[in-house]
Write a protein that binds this ligand. Structure first.
Ligand code: UD1
Length: 367
């Protein structure tokens, strides 16, 4: 339970943690490495702990020292991830790529639906099949095997119907140890995909084009130990920028990569707030007296992030005029509307659009 006393201005500086979505997939990626890996700047979150439990269940040894994780994936004794853990953390499905690449076999339960939609994994599965894996889905579990004599996946040309972050990451990890070159077209361009590529490259993988819509991976026979630091969390940073705007407070944030926040900063400026780059890795939000309505459409990166949609909706409830928010990435990600309305917001939903009419004030409520 969280209890919040409103109408208080915020002030000060916030230290931004390492990116959750990078940390989770980099942890999965450490399965590719038959030696010790150190990952720094890992945020302290339940999801990170869960991913750690999944890796442990596979035989990986993990130790946490402050914000660093020491991971020893020398001995993977198990190719099946446990249902109880995978069902709690969708990102844990991403172990399928590195497990298959490293062991030639992986059994991972389907993650199932979650609060924001059905979230299928068909793009992950189709890509692995194109790389020569035999994939069967039985009793809710994805069973994947490599079929070649040397147990290696084969390089392939893969076009993703949608630039899925998870599918791009699964296939990029799988391709690092494949025989030959893999090309992922219409790949996701999110900074977390680039972070994963940089982590894999630090282990000796050959990857080009991460951060563009075409990623090329030349498979290598094995990877090696590395010491890697996760990028700052752009969603945490964006959330604090909105917190500053909504409470009319000046807040400074560091460390951040301002480029990763381009769409968020542009939208805050359109609403009337000022975002100042005080140093290459430091931002300050300077709110306006009055904020104005703005339309938002969520899109794959570099478009406006779906993970910032709810926060901006909260801000727009208190901005002057009518805003239209369109959610295109997930089919069921407007469930916060009803709760905001209970606080006095004026929001109507039609399909994947939310029409937000600004009100002067929200009031506290039990949510
Ligand atoms: C990741 C992020 C999540 C973010 C999302 C979009 C992690 C751990 N989570 O989730 O915070 O909101 O990117 O930026 O990194 N889809 C399919 N088939 C597939 C895979 C995805 O249809 O095989 C669909 C999904 O249902 C969804 C859309 O593609 O509608 C985007 O999903 P995707 O980019 O894969 O998001 P995640 O990797 O799950």
């Amino acid at each position: 339970m969280l209890k919040i006393w409103g109408k208080a201005p915020l002030q000060g500086q916030v230290k931004i943690s390492g990116a959750k979505n990078s940390a989770l997939v980099v942890m999965a990626g450490s399965l590719l490495c038959p030696q010790d890996c150190r990952i720094r700047n890992v945020p302290s979150l339940v999801d990170v702990q869960r991913m750690g439990e999944i890796l442990s269940s596979l035989g990986v040894k993990l130790e946490r020292h402050g914000d660093a994780l020491e991971i020893d994936s020398r001995h993977i004794g198990q190719s099946k991830a446990p249902y109880e853990l995978v069902s709690q953390l969708r990102a844990s499905f991403f172990v399928i790529g590195p497990l298959l690449a490293r062991l030639g076999v992986a059994r991972v339960p389907l993650p199932g639906g979650c609060a924001i939609g059905a979230r299928p994994v068909d793009l992950h599965v189709k890509g692995l099949q194109l790389m020569g894996a035999d994939v069967q889905i039985e009793h809710g579990t994805v069973h994947a095997y490599t079929t070649g004599a040397n147990k290696r996946l084969k390089g392939a040309k893969i076009y993703l119907d949608y630039p899925s972050v998870g599918a791009t990451e699964t296939l990029m990890m799988a391709a690092t140890l494949a025989d030959g070159e893999t090309i992922i077209e219409n790949a996701a361009q999110e900074p977390e995909v680039v972070d994963l590529a940089n982590f894999c490259r630090a282990m000796g993988a050959k990857i080009r084009g991460a951060g563009t819509n075409t990623i090329l991976i030349s498979g290598v026979p094995n990877l090696h130990s590395t010491d890697y630091s996760i990028i700052p969390d752009r969603i945490e940073a964006g959330t604090f920028l909105v917190a500053g705007a909504i409470t009319h407070s000046e807040i400074a944030l560091a460390p951040v990569v301002p480029d990763h926040l381009a769409a968020v900063i542009a939208k805050l400026q359109a609403i009337g707030a000022e975002v100042v780059t005080e140093a290459p890795n430091r931002l300050r939000i300077v709110p306006a007296q009055t904020h104005f309505a703005a339309d938002i459409e969520t899109l794959p990166y570099p478009g406006f992030p779906t993970d910032m949609q709810a926060q901006f909706m909260a801000l727009l409830t208190l901005s002057e005029g009518d805003s239209v928010i369109t959610e295109t990435v997930f089919e069921n990600r407007l469930r916060h509307v009803a709760e905001l309305n209970r606080m006095g917001a004026d929001i109507r939903v039609k399909g994947n659009h939310a029409i937000v009419r600004g009100v002067p004030l929200l009031s506290g409520a039990q949510l």
